[in-house]
Ligand binder design. Structure first.
Ligand SMILES: *Cc1c(COP(=O)(O)O)cnc(C)c1O
Length: 464
Protein backbone atom coordinates (compact mmCIF):
# COMPACT_ATOMS: atom_id res chain seq x y z
CA UNK A 1 0.00 0.00 0.00
CA UNK A 2 1.14 3.54 -0.67
CA UNK A 3 0.40 6.25 1.86
CA UNK A 4 0.42 9.76 0.48
CA UNK A 5 0.82 12.91 2.49
CA UNK A 6 -2.79 14.08 2.16
CA UNK A 7 -4.08 10.83 3.64
CA UNK A 8 -1.69 11.17 6.58
CA UNK A 9 -2.78 14.73 7.37
CA UNK A 10 -6.47 13.84 7.20
CA UNK A 11 -6.01 11.05 9.73
CA UNK A 12 -3.62 12.82 12.08
CA UNK A 13 -6.27 13.50 14.74
CA UNK A 14 -7.24 9.84 14.80
CA UNK A 15 -3.61 8.74 14.86
CA UNK A 16 -2.66 11.02 17.75
CA UNK A 17 -5.80 9.85 19.54
CA UNK A 18 -4.42 6.31 19.28
CA UNK A 19 -1.08 7.52 20.62
CA UNK A 20 -2.88 9.07 23.58
CA UNK A 21 -4.66 5.82 24.36
CA UNK A 22 -1.56 3.66 24.03
CA UNK A 23 0.71 6.02 25.94
CA UNK A 24 -1.84 6.46 28.73
CA UNK A 25 -2.25 2.72 29.00
CA UNK A 26 1.53 2.34 29.15
CA UNK A 27 1.92 4.93 31.90
CA UNK A 28 -1.02 3.52 33.91
CA UNK A 29 0.55 0.07 33.75
CA UNK A 30 3.89 1.23 35.20
CA UNK A 31 3.12 1.00 38.93
CA UNK A 32 1.78 -2.55 38.59
CA UNK A 33 4.27 -4.18 36.22
CA UNK A 34 7.73 -5.59 36.91
CA UNK A 35 10.27 -2.77 36.68
CA UNK A 36 12.76 -4.71 34.56
CA UNK A 37 12.05 -5.11 30.83
CA UNK A 38 10.18 -8.24 29.80
CA UNK A 39 12.14 -8.63 26.56
CA UNK A 40 15.85 -8.59 25.79
CA UNK A 41 17.54 -6.45 23.15
CA UNK A 42 18.35 -9.50 20.99
CA UNK A 43 14.77 -10.71 21.16
CA UNK A 44 13.50 -7.24 20.20
CA UNK A 45 15.89 -7.00 17.26
CA UNK A 46 14.44 -10.27 15.98
CA UNK A 47 10.87 -9.10 16.51
CA UNK A 48 11.36 -5.73 14.80
CA UNK A 49 13.76 -6.92 12.13
CA UNK A 50 13.09 -8.74 8.95
CA UNK A 51 13.89 -7.45 5.54
CA UNK A 52 13.74 -3.80 4.58
CA UNK A 53 10.13 -3.17 3.49
CA UNK A 54 9.80 -2.11 -0.11
CA UNK A 55 6.44 -0.46 0.47
CA UNK A 56 5.29 1.62 3.39
CA UNK A 57 2.42 0.85 5.75
CA UNK A 58 -0.20 3.04 7.43
CA UNK A 59 1.02 4.92 10.49
CA UNK A 60 -1.57 3.33 12.78
CA UNK A 61 -0.30 -0.16 11.95
CA UNK A 62 3.25 0.96 12.66
CA UNK A 63 2.15 2.44 15.98
CA UNK A 64 0.37 -0.78 16.94
CA UNK A 65 3.47 -2.83 16.17
CA UNK A 66 5.70 -0.42 18.06
CA UNK A 67 3.51 -0.60 21.15
CA UNK A 68 3.08 -4.36 21.10
CA UNK A 69 6.72 -5.15 20.53
CA UNK A 70 8.33 -2.08 22.05
CA UNK A 71 6.45 -1.40 25.29
CA UNK A 72 7.42 -4.78 26.84
CA UNK A 73 11.01 -3.93 25.88
CA UNK A 74 11.04 -0.84 28.11
CA UNK A 75 12.49 -0.54 31.58
CA UNK A 76 9.87 1.08 33.84
CA UNK A 77 12.23 3.95 34.60
CA UNK A 78 9.36 6.41 34.09
CA UNK A 79 7.55 4.68 36.95
CA UNK A 80 7.82 5.11 40.71
CA UNK A 81 10.19 2.28 41.73
CA UNK A 82 13.22 2.58 39.47
CA UNK A 83 16.32 3.40 41.51
CA UNK A 84 19.02 2.66 38.93
CA UNK A 85 21.81 5.07 37.91
CA UNK A 86 20.42 8.57 38.64
CA UNK A 87 17.15 8.62 36.80
CA UNK A 88 14.21 10.98 36.96
CA UNK A 89 10.83 10.34 35.35
CA UNK A 90 8.85 12.85 33.33
CA UNK A 91 6.55 15.22 35.18
CA UNK A 92 3.09 15.17 33.52
CA UNK A 93 3.30 18.82 32.44
CA UNK A 94 6.75 18.20 31.01
CA UNK A 95 5.68 15.10 29.07
CA UNK A 96 2.64 16.94 27.70
CA UNK A 97 4.81 19.89 26.67
CA UNK A 98 7.17 17.44 24.96
CA UNK A 99 4.27 16.11 22.88
CA UNK A 100 3.17 19.56 21.79
CA UNK A 101 6.76 20.52 21.04
CA UNK A 102 7.12 17.37 18.92
CA UNK A 103 4.12 18.52 16.90
CA UNK A 104 5.69 21.98 16.56
CA UNK A 105 8.91 20.35 15.29
CA UNK A 106 10.85 23.54 15.80
CA UNK A 107 14.49 23.99 15.02
CA UNK A 108 15.78 25.54 18.24
CA UNK A 109 18.82 26.91 16.42
CA UNK A 110 17.88 30.59 16.39
CA UNK A 111 15.28 33.29 16.96
CA UNK A 112 14.54 33.18 13.24
CA UNK A 113 14.07 29.42 13.03
CA UNK A 114 11.89 29.43 16.16
CA UNK A 115 10.86 32.53 18.11
CA UNK A 116 9.04 30.40 20.68
CA UNK A 117 11.98 28.12 21.34
CA UNK A 118 14.38 31.06 21.70
CA UNK A 119 11.95 32.81 24.03
CA UNK A 120 11.22 29.80 26.20
CA UNK A 121 14.95 29.06 26.60
CA UNK A 122 15.47 32.61 27.85
CA UNK A 123 12.68 32.31 30.39
CA UNK A 124 13.67 28.78 31.45
CA UNK A 125 17.25 29.97 31.91
CA UNK A 126 16.23 32.90 34.11
CA UNK A 127 14.13 30.59 36.28
CA UNK A 128 16.87 27.95 36.47
CA UNK A 129 19.45 30.50 37.58
CA UNK A 130 17.10 31.74 40.29
CA UNK A 131 16.29 28.23 41.56
CA UNK A 132 19.95 27.23 41.58
CA UNK A 133 21.11 30.53 43.09
CA UNK A 134 23.57 31.26 40.26
CA UNK A 135 24.50 34.63 38.72
CA UNK A 136 21.45 36.07 36.93
CA UNK A 137 23.42 37.21 33.87
CA UNK A 138 25.12 33.86 33.21
CA UNK A 139 25.11 32.44 29.70
CA UNK A 140 23.93 28.89 29.13
CA UNK A 141 23.79 26.10 26.59
CA UNK A 142 20.80 23.75 26.42
CA UNK A 143 22.36 20.44 25.42
CA UNK A 144 21.70 16.70 25.55
CA UNK A 145 23.03 15.97 29.02
CA UNK A 146 25.78 16.55 31.53
CA UNK A 147 28.39 14.98 29.24
CA UNK A 148 27.84 17.69 26.64
CA UNK A 149 27.28 20.32 29.33
CA UNK A 150 30.72 19.48 30.71
CA UNK A 151 32.08 19.67 27.18
CA UNK A 152 30.53 23.10 26.51
CA UNK A 153 31.61 24.53 29.87
CA UNK A 154 35.15 23.22 29.42
CA UNK A 155 35.32 24.74 25.94
CA UNK A 156 34.56 28.10 27.58
CA UNK A 157 37.12 27.37 30.29
CA UNK A 158 39.81 26.52 27.75
CA UNK A 159 39.14 29.74 25.86
CA UNK A 160 39.14 31.90 28.96
CA UNK A 161 42.28 30.61 30.67
CA UNK A 162 44.25 30.83 27.43
CA UNK A 163 42.95 34.31 26.59
CA UNK A 164 44.33 35.35 29.99
CA UNK A 165 47.71 34.35 28.51
CA UNK A 166 47.10 36.24 25.27
CA UNK A 167 46.27 33.14 23.23
CA UNK A 168 43.04 32.62 21.24
CA UNK A 169 42.71 28.83 21.20
CA UNK A 170 39.51 28.83 19.18
CA UNK A 171 41.31 30.50 16.29
CA UNK A 172 44.77 29.02 16.64
CA UNK A 173 44.12 25.59 18.11
CA UNK A 174 45.82 23.73 20.93
CA UNK A 175 49.04 23.04 19.05
CA UNK A 176 51.39 25.79 20.12
CA UNK A 177 49.13 26.95 22.96
CA UNK A 178 50.44 27.47 26.49
CA UNK A 179 49.96 24.18 28.32
CA UNK A 180 46.87 24.02 30.51
CA UNK A 181 47.11 22.18 33.82
CA UNK A 182 44.01 20.01 34.23
CA UNK A 183 42.87 18.88 37.64
CA UNK A 184 40.01 16.58 38.64
CA UNK A 185 39.11 14.55 41.68
CA UNK A 186 39.97 10.88 41.97
CA UNK A 187 36.23 10.23 41.93
CA UNK A 188 35.31 12.49 38.98
CA UNK A 189 32.65 11.10 36.65
CA UNK A 190 33.80 9.00 33.66
CA UNK A 191 32.04 11.32 31.20
CA UNK A 192 34.26 14.22 32.23
CA UNK A 193 37.26 12.40 30.79
CA UNK A 194 35.40 11.88 27.55
CA UNK A 195 34.90 15.65 27.42
CA UNK A 196 38.65 16.13 28.00
CA UNK A 197 39.29 13.77 25.11
CA UNK A 198 36.89 15.54 22.75
CA UNK A 199 38.48 18.88 23.58
CA UNK A 200 41.90 17.63 22.57
CA UNK A 201 43.28 17.61 26.12
CA UNK A 202 43.64 13.84 26.22
CA UNK A 203 41.82 11.69 28.70
CA UNK A 204 44.98 10.93 30.66
CA UNK A 205 46.57 14.38 30.90
CA UNK A 206 44.74 15.14 34.13
CA UNK A 207 46.13 15.48 37.65
CA UNK A 208 43.88 13.38 39.89
CA UNK A 209 43.42 14.73 43.41
CA UNK A 210 42.92 12.10 46.07
CA UNK A 211 39.52 11.75 47.68
CA UNK A 212 38.34 11.20 51.22
CA UNK A 213 36.25 8.25 52.40
CA UNK A 214 33.07 9.64 50.84
CA UNK A 215 34.69 10.39 47.47
CA UNK A 216 35.16 14.15 48.07
CA UNK A 217 38.20 15.88 46.60
CA UNK A 218 40.62 16.67 49.44
CA UNK A 219 41.43 20.37 49.48
CA UNK A 220 44.71 19.67 51.30
CA UNK A 221 45.77 17.38 48.43
CA UNK A 222 45.37 20.03 45.71
CA UNK A 223 48.60 20.64 43.79
CA UNK A 224 50.29 24.07 43.78
CA UNK A 225 48.67 25.64 40.77
CA UNK A 226 49.83 28.26 38.35
CA UNK A 227 47.64 29.10 35.40
CA UNK A 228 46.49 28.44 32.86
CA UNK A 229 44.60 25.70 34.70
CA UNK A 230 41.15 24.16 34.90
CA UNK A 231 40.00 22.49 38.11
CA UNK A 232 36.98 20.20 37.75
CA UNK A 233 34.99 19.68 40.91
CA UNK A 234 31.94 17.52 41.38
CA UNK A 235 28.78 17.98 43.41
CA UNK A 236 26.91 14.72 43.66
CA UNK A 237 29.19 11.68 43.52
CA UNK A 238 27.24 9.03 41.55
CA UNK A 239 27.82 6.49 44.28
CA UNK A 240 27.70 8.39 47.56
CA UNK A 241 26.03 11.68 46.58
CA UNK A 242 28.96 13.48 48.28
CA UNK A 243 29.97 17.03 47.31
CA UNK A 244 33.49 18.28 46.69
CA UNK A 245 34.15 21.32 48.92
CA UNK A 246 33.81 23.75 46.00
CA UNK A 247 33.90 26.91 48.14
CA UNK A 248 37.14 25.88 49.85
CA UNK A 249 38.70 24.76 46.58
CA UNK A 250 37.88 28.04 44.87
CA UNK A 251 39.27 29.99 47.85
CA UNK A 252 42.47 27.99 47.54
CA UNK A 253 43.18 28.24 43.82
CA UNK A 254 40.78 30.40 41.80
CA UNK A 255 42.37 33.27 39.83
CA UNK A 256 41.90 34.84 36.38
CA UNK A 257 43.69 31.96 34.73
CA UNK A 258 42.56 29.15 37.05
CA UNK A 259 39.00 28.18 36.19
CA UNK A 260 36.79 26.21 38.59
CA UNK A 261 34.22 23.96 36.90
CA UNK A 262 31.47 22.10 38.74
CA UNK A 263 29.98 18.86 37.43
CA UNK A 264 26.64 18.98 39.21
CA UNK A 265 24.66 16.63 36.99
CA UNK A 266 22.23 15.89 39.79
CA UNK A 267 23.81 17.41 42.90
CA UNK A 268 23.44 21.00 41.73
CA UNK A 269 19.69 20.65 42.34
CA UNK A 270 20.38 20.51 46.07
CA UNK A 271 20.67 24.29 45.77
CA UNK A 272 16.90 24.38 45.22
CA UNK A 273 16.54 23.54 48.92
CA UNK A 274 17.54 25.61 51.96
CA UNK A 275 18.02 22.33 53.81
CA UNK A 276 21.33 21.73 52.03
CA UNK A 277 22.81 25.18 52.58
CA UNK A 278 25.91 23.87 54.30
CA UNK A 279 26.56 21.28 51.57
CA UNK A 280 26.12 23.72 48.69
CA UNK A 281 27.77 26.84 50.13
CA UNK A 282 30.37 28.40 47.82
CA UNK A 283 29.27 26.57 44.68
CA UNK A 284 27.99 29.88 43.29
CA UNK A 285 31.57 31.21 43.18
CA UNK A 286 32.69 28.72 40.51
CA UNK A 287 33.26 29.71 36.86
CA UNK A 288 30.96 27.12 35.27
CA UNK A 289 28.43 24.43 36.11
CA UNK A 290 27.06 21.44 34.22
CA UNK A 291 23.75 19.91 35.20
CA UNK A 292 21.06 17.57 33.93
CA UNK A 293 17.38 18.42 33.70
CA UNK A 294 16.54 14.81 32.79
CA UNK A 295 17.77 13.67 36.19
CA UNK A 296 16.34 15.65 39.08
CA UNK A 297 14.09 18.12 37.28
CA UNK A 298 12.23 15.11 35.81
CA UNK A 299 11.93 16.19 32.19
CA UNK A 300 12.04 13.68 29.31
CA UNK A 301 15.39 12.68 27.81
CA UNK A 302 17.58 14.22 26.70
CA UNK A 303 18.23 17.46 28.52
CA UNK A 304 21.30 19.02 30.12
CA UNK A 305 22.45 22.59 30.74
CA UNK A 306 25.88 24.23 30.83
CA UNK A 307 25.94 27.50 32.76
CA UNK A 308 28.80 30.02 32.49
CA UNK A 309 28.72 33.50 34.11
CA UNK A 310 31.32 34.70 31.60
CA UNK A 311 28.84 34.33 28.74
CA UNK A 312 31.39 35.84 26.35
CA UNK A 313 33.74 32.88 26.94
CA UNK A 314 30.97 30.41 26.05
CA UNK A 315 29.97 32.43 22.98
CA UNK A 316 33.56 32.84 21.90
CA UNK A 317 34.09 29.09 22.02
CA UNK A 318 30.82 27.91 20.47
CA UNK A 319 29.21 30.64 18.37
CA UNK A 320 29.45 30.80 14.62
CA UNK A 321 28.90 33.23 11.80
CA UNK A 322 27.33 32.61 8.42
CA UNK A 323 26.04 34.78 5.62
CA UNK A 324 22.50 33.42 5.99
CA UNK A 325 22.20 34.46 9.65
CA UNK A 326 20.39 37.75 10.19
CA UNK A 327 21.71 40.14 12.83
CA UNK A 328 19.56 39.94 15.93
CA UNK A 329 19.61 41.57 19.30
CA UNK A 330 18.97 39.43 22.33
CA UNK A 331 19.97 35.87 23.09
CA UNK A 332 20.60 33.67 20.07
CA UNK A 333 20.49 30.02 21.19
CA UNK A 334 23.04 28.77 18.63
CA UNK A 335 25.70 31.09 20.03
CA UNK A 336 26.09 28.90 23.12
CA UNK A 337 25.78 25.27 22.01
CA UNK A 338 28.06 22.71 20.35
CA UNK A 339 25.10 21.76 18.11
CA UNK A 340 23.40 23.90 15.48
CA UNK A 341 20.03 22.39 14.53
CA UNK A 342 18.50 20.82 17.61
CA UNK A 343 15.20 20.17 19.34
CA UNK A 344 13.48 22.66 21.62
CA UNK A 345 14.57 21.28 25.01
CA UNK A 346 13.77 24.50 26.82
CA UNK A 347 10.05 23.77 26.40
CA UNK A 348 10.10 20.86 28.84
CA UNK A 349 12.33 22.63 31.35
CA UNK A 350 9.99 25.62 31.31
CA UNK A 351 6.93 23.37 31.71
CA UNK A 352 8.48 21.39 34.56
CA UNK A 353 9.35 24.53 36.51
CA UNK A 354 6.00 26.15 35.71
CA UNK A 355 4.15 23.10 37.01
CA UNK A 356 6.16 22.71 40.21
CA UNK A 357 6.97 26.31 41.02
CA UNK A 358 10.07 27.11 43.02
CA UNK A 359 8.58 25.50 46.14
CA UNK A 360 7.68 22.36 44.21
CA UNK A 361 11.24 21.85 42.95
CA UNK A 362 12.47 22.25 46.53
CA UNK A 363 9.84 19.79 47.80
CA UNK A 364 10.74 17.22 45.12
CA UNK A 365 14.42 17.29 46.06
CA UNK A 366 13.70 17.12 49.78
CA UNK A 367 11.15 14.31 49.40
CA UNK A 368 13.57 12.13 47.39
CA UNK A 369 16.25 12.72 50.04
CA UNK A 370 13.86 11.75 52.85
CA UNK A 371 13.08 8.57 50.93
CA UNK A 372 16.81 7.82 50.64
CA UNK A 373 17.09 8.23 54.43
CA UNK A 374 14.22 5.78 54.91
CA UNK A 375 15.93 3.20 52.67
CA UNK A 376 19.17 3.61 54.63
CA UNK A 377 17.40 3.38 57.99
CA UNK A 378 15.44 0.27 57.00
CA UNK A 379 18.52 -1.49 55.64
CA UNK A 380 20.59 -0.67 58.73
CA UNK A 381 17.79 -1.81 61.04
CA UNK A 382 17.81 -5.18 59.24
CA UNK A 383 21.54 -5.50 59.93
CA UNK A 384 22.98 -4.53 56.55
CA UNK A 385 25.84 -2.11 56.13
CA UNK A 386 25.12 1.26 54.54
CA UNK A 387 28.49 2.27 53.10
CA UNK A 388 27.99 6.01 52.61
CA UNK A 389 26.92 9.00 54.67
CA UNK A 390 23.48 9.53 53.15
CA UNK A 391 23.76 13.28 52.54
CA UNK A 392 21.47 13.43 49.52
CA UNK A 393 19.46 10.93 47.43
CA UNK A 394 22.02 8.14 47.05
CA UNK A 395 22.36 5.03 49.21
CA UNK A 396 25.16 2.45 48.93
CA UNK A 397 24.62 -0.86 50.68
CA UNK A 398 26.52 -4.10 51.15
CA UNK A 399 24.87 -7.41 51.95
CA UNK A 400 27.93 -9.01 53.49
CA UNK A 401 30.43 -9.91 50.79
CA UNK A 402 30.76 -9.34 47.03
CA UNK A 403 29.03 -12.57 46.07
CA UNK A 404 26.10 -12.03 48.41
CA UNK A 405 25.71 -8.41 47.30
CA UNK A 406 25.73 -9.41 43.61
CA UNK A 407 23.14 -12.08 44.31
CA UNK A 408 20.90 -9.58 46.06
CA UNK A 409 21.24 -7.10 43.16
CA UNK A 410 20.29 -9.75 40.60
CA UNK A 411 17.56 -11.08 42.87
CA UNK A 412 16.04 -7.60 43.28
CA UNK A 413 16.10 -7.05 39.52
CA UNK A 414 14.43 -10.44 38.92
CA UNK A 415 11.86 -9.88 41.66
CA UNK A 416 10.67 -6.84 39.70
CA UNK A 417 9.14 -4.81 42.54
CA UNK A 418 11.89 -2.25 42.08
CA UNK A 419 15.21 -1.95 40.23
CA UNK A 420 18.59 -1.20 41.76
CA UNK A 421 21.98 -1.49 40.10
CA UNK A 422 25.44 -2.35 41.35
CA UNK A 423 28.76 -0.61 41.57
CA UNK A 424 32.22 -1.08 42.92
CA UNK A 425 33.00 1.03 45.99
CA UNK A 426 36.48 0.96 47.54
CA UNK A 427 37.14 -2.35 45.83
CA UNK A 428 33.94 -4.06 46.97
CA UNK A 429 30.61 -4.71 45.29
CA UNK A 430 27.79 -2.49 46.49
CA UNK A 431 24.16 -1.97 45.58
CA UNK A 432 23.16 1.58 44.64
CA UNK A 433 19.79 3.11 45.41
CA UNK A 434 19.16 6.48 43.75
CA UNK A 435 15.86 8.18 44.53
CA UNK A 436 15.28 10.80 41.84
CA UNK A 437 11.74 10.49 40.52
CA UNK A 438 8.77 12.79 41.11
CA UNK A 439 6.57 9.65 40.97
CA UNK A 440 8.09 7.80 43.95
CA UNK A 441 5.81 7.83 47.00
CA UNK A 442 6.44 6.76 50.60
CA UNK A 443 4.42 3.63 49.84
CA UNK A 444 6.70 2.83 46.89
CA UNK A 445 9.68 3.10 49.20
CA UNK A 446 8.11 0.74 51.77
CA UNK A 447 7.20 -1.82 49.07
CA UNK A 448 10.67 -1.62 47.57
CA UNK A 449 12.43 -1.88 50.94
CA UNK A 450 10.32 -4.93 51.82
CA UNK A 451 11.23 -6.54 48.47
CA UNK A 452 14.96 -5.85 48.93
CA UNK A 453 14.88 -7.29 52.46
CA UNK A 454 12.89 -10.33 51.28
CA UNK A 455 15.44 -11.05 48.54
CA UNK A 456 18.39 -10.41 50.90
CA UNK A 457 17.03 -12.75 53.58
CA UNK A 458 17.33 -15.62 51.08
CA UNK A 459 21.01 -14.92 50.41
CA UNK A 460 23.64 -16.00 52.95
CA UNK A 461 27.04 -14.33 52.88
CA UNK A 462 30.16 -16.33 53.65
CA UNK A 463 31.06 -15.55 57.24
CA UNK A 464 34.67 -15.44 58.38
C1 LIG B 1 24.90 11.44 35.05
C2 LIG B 1 26.16 12.16 35.27
C3 LIG B 1 26.95 12.63 34.19
C4 LIG B 1 26.61 12.31 32.76
O1 LIG B 1 25.37 12.84 32.42
P1 LIG B 1 24.64 12.49 31.06
O2 LIG B 1 23.34 13.19 31.22
O3 LIG B 1 24.49 10.99 31.04
O4 LIG B 1 25.44 13.00 29.93
C5 LIG B 1 28.07 13.36 34.48
N1 LIG B 1 28.43 13.61 35.75
C6 LIG B 1 27.73 13.19 36.81
C7 LIG B 1 28.18 13.52 38.19
C8 LIG B 1 26.55 12.44 36.60
O5 LIG B 1 25.84 12.02 37.65
Amino acid sequence: MRVDASESWSTIRELLGEVRERASHFLESLPGRPVAAARSTDDLVRALGGTLPRLGRPASAILEQLDEIGSPGTVASAGPRYFGFVTGGSLPASLAANWLAAAWDQNAFSQTSSPISAAIESVALRWLLEILGLPATAGAAFVTGATMANFAALAAARRSVLLAHGYDVDRKGLQGAPEITLVAGEQAHATLFKAFGMLGFGREQVIRVSADGQGRMRTDALPELTGPAIVCTQVGNVNTGAFDPVGAISNAVQTDDVWIHVDGAFGLWARASHQFGELTEGIERADSWATDAHKWLNVPYDSGVAIVPNAEALRGALSLQAAYLPERTGREPFAYTPESSRRARGVEIWAAIASLGRDGVEALVERNCRHAQRFAGGLRAAGYQVLNDVVLNQVLVSFGDDRATSEVIHGVQRDGTCWCGGTSWKGSTAMRISVSSWATTGEDVERSLAAILRVASGVTPNRG
